[in-house]
Design a protein around this ligand. Structure first.
Ligand SMILES: [Zn+2]
Length: 199
């Protein structure tokens, strides 16, 4: 049953285009993400290259110390600046290789965690804000209310917006936390359609 549900979600997921990027195509100020599981992604702001390494500012936790970028293992979730390998790292799983660029100015009917209707700021400003928050903090991490997607969208637009968390919250409210993914997907999309009609 769970396998079937996962397959259904994956099938719906694949109906929507996402912008996958090679490391060499990254531009300063890009909001990027990698998948940690079907439908759950990790987000950060690409802040550029230094001495052959490419750096990302993101909410990190339990990323092992890295000889390449000098990241020291941390056990609390906090904003960190690391190389791309550290950004993609996930415990007990092979390094995720597909990297995606979050889309801005997208249409309203869209996949949670991949894009937003909001318009982005100029890239220099995005990088500046990411570094400023790295120093000052972005509050305590919260999966639903202050997560990695919120941080990245805030850097890009000045508004924290996690479509992923909204989706999860709606799903939880509907099914009492059970993993009825296809049903919650349907709920999410029909809600988005309603919003579109209203707007
Ligand atoms: Zn690293």
């Amino acid at each position: 049953m769970e396998k079937l549900a996962n397959r259904a979600v994956k099938a719906i997921w694949e109906m929507f285009p996402e912008e996958d990027v090679q490391n060499s195509q990254l531009e300063d100020g890009d909001h990027i993400y990698v998948y940690r599981a079907v439908g759950y992604s990790h987000h950060g702001i690409y802040v550029g290259r230094k001495d052959e390494l490419q750096y990302v500012i993101h909410f990190g936790k339990d990323i092992p110390s890295c000889a390449k970028c000098g990241h020291k293992e941390n056990h609390e979730v906090k904003l960190v600046i690391t190389c791309l390998d550290c950004f993609c790292y996930e415990r007990n799983r092979p390094l995720s290789t597909s990297l995606y660029r979050y889309r801005y100015g997208a249409g309203r009917l869209s996949l949670p965690g991949t894009c937003t209707t909001l318009k982005p700021k100029p890239s220099k400003e995005v990088v500046r804000v990411a570094y400023k928050l790295l120093e000052e903090g972005f509050g305590d991490y919260d999966l639903l209310f202050n997560n990695c997607e919120d941080f990245a969208t805030y850097c890009k637009t000045g508004t924290a917006r996690s479509s992923q968390a909204t989706f999860v919250a709606n799903s939880a409210a509907l099914v009492g936390g059970a993993t009825l993914a296809p049903l919650s997907m349907w709920f999410y999309f029909s809600k988005k359609k309603k919003e579109k009609r209203r707007g």
